[in-house]
Ligand binder design. Sequence first.
Ligand code: G6P
Ligand code: MG
Length: 215
Amino acid sequence: KYKLFIFDMDGVITETSEQHYQAWKKLAKEINIEIDRKFNEKLKGVSRMESLERILKNAHRENDFTDEEKLEFATRKNDNYREMILKCTEDDLFEGVKDLFIELKKRDIKIAIGSASKNAPTLVDLLGIKDYIDYIVNPAEVKRGKPAPDIFLNAAEKLGVDISECVGIEDAEAGIEAIKSAGMFAVGIGDSTVLNQADIVYKHTKDIDLEELMN
Ligand code: G6P
Ligand code: MG
């Protein structure tokens, strides 16, 4: 019944949500702000500039910096993040991802990447999964980021698949919200108490049960 699976990347295909967290933590520290993992849940799936805004706002520092300074912070975070991910190889794919891709292709189901990250194409290359991916959403091309549905709708539209035939897979609260407001079936990866809006939640990507989803 499903013809397109739209995967989030960070935290679903590979553990780069950890590197995003470490890079933000470092940047925040440099401007005397502390962030923790619980707050970080609110950054998952959220664009670079919006993440920075949330960090500043949470520390009541949103009016302390000029736009240029904010841009410099975001660039610094990204440079640091890119340095961390450039070491990624096929070995950094989460367990089960490649088998899942192979199984989806066998069933003639399309695969898209619906990440808010502008680094998604780089990671797809480094992780060696390019051949399985039919389309990577360019977040710069869509109007609104997650939790708006735009990223997921863009993938369905570009691949010409009906919304009712799409599945979205996400580890972020904002991402699940985006899938649901796109009107798609939402698979959560992680903690079911955090991702309580999802239609189904698996602890890890390798736990995804295609038989269960397709029936
Ligand atoms: C993903 C991550 C976020 C990140 C966003 C933008 O959604 O979950 O943590 O802020 O992408 O990533 P970028 O690589 O463009 O800074
Ligand atoms: Mg994610």
